[in-house]
Design a protein around this ligand. Structure first.
Ligand code: CTP
Length: 399
């Protein structure tokens, strides 16, 4: 199940560290390549040698000195891992993670790691419920770290409450689920549009919009990670296209975007239109730069085709997802677009809300379904919202 997955377990200084020996053993039996990194305090509870015997790999503790296989240990181990599990995660360690403190090998490795992190907190109930710990957990969650809630039970301090490290089998099941979700779009072709279109006025000027392309690029990245064959059609954006795309088209105008999307549509399983397509274009862009002369200049605009509406009329089995970037009456306008464009669901947001909209990395969105159901999400990163969208597409496609 975990064949050849590289899992780095960070063990921090809690009594539950002894249970993690079993976790390492189970992961190894599932086919994973497991490496262990311990904080100094963790070595007070379990000897590095125990982990070394179980994993068949050297155990790293010191920032300078061990981890002989790597020139720069924290970078080497961060590059190695497909997933980092922190178990048990003490309150102190969560606080350090939440604040980006890097004062030992494990905290430094986490800062150098941009992949999946699963954290299993374990501590006394009062420490767990302390607002400081809860705030740190919220910060980590908002950054995409997955938190494995502690169980309720008898704790090492003799009290009964929430704070017990989940059983090794539960932790391993969670890790398997984590990886199983990975390729939920394997064999599917997903076309994503992103960014704003540019409508030429003359060879120098254009009409554009504030879209950064971030939401669409995150969706493309998330779909690639989910194993899909992804075609990204991007309007104006300064972002680097994600790795692993099947095709990447950079276009300018709505008409160019339409052509690329239509070419890909027949063989697509899903189209996610997150691009901010200009509704109008200049009827006749000037062939030469317009020189200033008259006091007033009038541009005649003509309507652009509505790409998504066209797809909605053409669609056979394709899943269609639209966006509704609104400034008022969000749900009402979004519902109308959902029906008019024949979409499976629409992602609506108020672009004027703080933490949502164009240049920011977060979004506050709702997903509206054809049966009238509405999912309201709190503020989250565009990367997290992208994962939610991709997960929903996969659920429809795998029905
Ligand atoms: N869209 C499109 N082609 C257009 C305009 C929009 O494919 N010419 C797509 C967008 O990518 C988005 C959805 O339609 O997924 C909604 O776009 P939006 O501009 O918010 O809605 P409009 O239908 O253009 O309505 P209005 O501008 O009146 O809000």
């Amino acid at each position: 199940m975990l064949d050849k997955k590289n899992i780095l377990i960070g063990v921090t200084g809690g009594i539950a560290a002894y249970k993690v020996v079993e976790v390492a053993s189970l992961l190894k039996k599932s086919g994973a390549n497991v490496k262990i990194m311990m904080t100094k305090h963790a070595t007070e509870f379990v000897s590095p040698r125990t982990f070394q015997e179980i994993t068949n790999n050297a155990v790293s503790v010191e920032m300078f000195g061990d981890a002989a296989n790597f020139h720069v240990a924290h970078i080497g181990l961060a590059n190695f891992a497909d997933l980092i599990l922190i178990a048990p995660a003490t309150a102190n360690f969560l606080a350090k993670m939440a604040h980006g403190i890097a004062d030992d090998l494990l905290t430094t490795t986490i800062l150098a790691f941009d992949g999946k992190i699963l954290v299993a907190p374990s501590m006394n109930t009062k420490m767990y419920e302390n607002p400081a710990t809860q705030a740190n957990l919220s910060v980590l969650k908002a950054r995409g770290v997955q938190i494995l809630e502690p169980n309720v039970g008898i704790l090492a301090c003799g009290t009964v409450g929430k704070g017990r490290l989940p059983e090794p089998t539960e932790i391993c099941a969670q890790i398997e689920k984590f990886f199983a979700q990975d390729k939920i779009l394997a064999g599917k072709k997903v076309v994503v549009t992103a960014g704003g279109t540019i409508e030429a006025i003359d060879p120098v000027r254009y009409i554009g919009n504030r879209s950064s392309g971030r939401m669409g690029y995150e969706i493309a990245k998330s779909a690639v990670n989910a194993g899909a064959e992804v075609v990204l059609v991007s309007g104006n954006s300064n972002l680097e296209p994600p790795n692993g795309l099947k095709k990447f088209f950079k276009v300018e105008s709505a008409l160019e975007m339409r052509e690329k999307v239509l070419n890909e549509f027949e063989t697509a399983d899903c189209v996610i239109m997150s691009a901010a397509v200009a509704d109008y274009r200049v009827k006749t862009p000037a062939a030469q730069k317009i020189k200033k002369s008259a006091e007033n200049l009038t541009l005649e605009l003509v309507k652009n085709p509505d790409i998504l509406k066209e797809l909605g009329a053409l669609k056979k089995n394709q899943i269609l997802v639209g966006f509704a970037a609104e400034t008022q009456n969000i749900l009402e306008y979004a519902r109308k677009k959902l029906v008019e464009k024949n979409l499976n669901f629409i992602v609506a947001n108020d672009v004027t809300a703080e933490g949502a909209g164009f240049a920011v990395k977060t979004n506050i969105a709702s997903i509206i379904w054809r049966n009238g159901e509405v999912e309201n999400f709190s503020k989250m990163t565009k990367a997290d919202l992208a994962e939610k969208i991709v997960l929903r597409v996969s659920i429809i496609l795998n029905q």
